[in-house]
Write a protein that binds this ligand. Structure first.
Ligand SMILES: NC(=O)c1ccc[n+]([C@@H]2O[C@H](COP(=O)([O-])OP(=O)(O)OC[C@H]3O[C@@H](n4cnc5c(N)ncnc54)[C@H](OP(=O)(O)O)[C@@H]3O)[C@@H](O)[C@H]2O)c1
Length: 301
């Protein structure tokens, strides 16, 4: 298949591009830096450079300013939103003017969609965030981002919206950020440790995106999370156990807020338990259903 990917140079996109290439698909990758894309992949620097006759079977949209790299100043929040909305809207316009419409549009989103208020309930794709008045930045971002992708669905094109959890991989993502203090024995829970962490092994993330391409019954919002989310306390203990390091030094809530501001409050001190209902219903078999098996694979190779 001919596949267009934005964000194909990122953490998830790099693993995905390698897998898709191995499956003999032909990839065109949007990047701001052409040197990041290796042959035989085709590189583009702007969606506007695509002609109306360019034909893609699948369009995958993962690009955007990283969410957890910097404190959320107003300028940074604008960058996080506008990078996603601009690229997504340009893709919508391309698909609208294209003479050969794709069969499938896959667009990024995140479990931030489900909001941040502390809760011990679990949430699946039937939850409607727009009706629940969550004013967090994470939720508002996802609502706006998904609304743009929805325009493609409205054209009658199968659209999968990936509500992605915390993806754990060796190169990049959240685990790479957490590892240095944990390896030194300086890791510990954040705040109360009661907040949920809905995580996913990178291999499952890629397998699920490939499944979205192959299984034409998959449609709409899909939670990309493992079936067993854990609390931050359990995540901390499991990571310490797999690394064989103590995890006694917890970071109090005020310190997280001081160091990371609103980003820390929403991404580190908050989190809901998200269930991958649609994936379980369609019979997807998780390669790493438990956190311990995922961390052992990633850290004991
Ligand atoms: N990783 C996770 O755990 C996770 C969790 C939930 C949701 N997601 C979402 O899934 C998508 C992929 O995640 P990821 O971790 O692979 O992201 P990533 O590593 O941060 O990569 C994102 C890509 O977006 C492009 N990009 C970065 N800043 C940009 C900007 N200001 N303007 C335009 N393009 C920009 C970069 O491409 P170039 O530098 O080549 O232009 C980069 O390859 C993201 O949208 C992310 O929000 C990820």
């Amino acid at each position: 298949m001919e596949i267009l990917i934005t964000g194909g140079t990122g953490f998830i996109g790099s693993y995905l591009s390698k897998r898709l290439l191995g499956l003999d698909h032909k990839l065109t990758i949007l990047t701001r830096n052409s040197q990041k894309v290796e042959a035989p992949n085709i590189v583009i620097n702007s969606i506007e450079q695509l002609s109306d006759n360019q034909s893609f079977d699948v369009v995958i949209n993962l690009a955007g300013e990283p969410i957890a790299d910097k404190r959320w100043s107003e300028a940074q929040k604008n960058k996080i939103i506008s990078s996603r909305i601009t690229i997504s809207q340009q893709l919508v316009e391309f698909i609208k003017r294209s003479n050969h419409k794709p069969q499938l549009f896959i667009s990024g989103s995140a479990i931030g969609y489900y909001g941040i208020e502390q809760s011990d309930q679990s949430y699946d794709e039937t939850y409607n965030s727009a009706e629940n008045n969550d004013h967090s930045f994470s939720s508002q971002l996802c609502l706006q981002w998904e609304a743009v992708a929805q325009q493609v669905q409205d054209l009658g094109i199968r659209t999968c919206i990936l509500r992605t959890g915390i993806v754990l991989g060796e190169q990049g993502g959240a685990l790479a950020k957490m590892l240095p203090p944990f390896k030194l024995g300086l890791g510990g829970k954040m705040g109360t440790g009661h907040q949920w962490m809905s995580w996913l092994h990178i291999d499952d993330a890629i397998n699920i995106i490939v499944k979205c391409i192959e299984d034409t019954t998959l449609n709409g919002a899909i939670n990309l999370t493992a079936p067993k989310p854990v609390t931050n306390k359990e995540f901390t203990q499991t990571l310490g156990k797999v690394l064989n390091r103590p995890t006694l030094i917890s970071m109090p809530e005020f310190a997280v807020k001081l160091l990371f501001g609103q980003m820390g409050e929403e991404l580190l001190l908050s989190g809901r338990a998200i269930t991958p209902r649609k994936l379980l219903d369609c019979g997807y078999q998780f390669k790493y259903p438990s956190l311990q098996s995922a961390l052992e694979d990633l850290l004991r190779k």
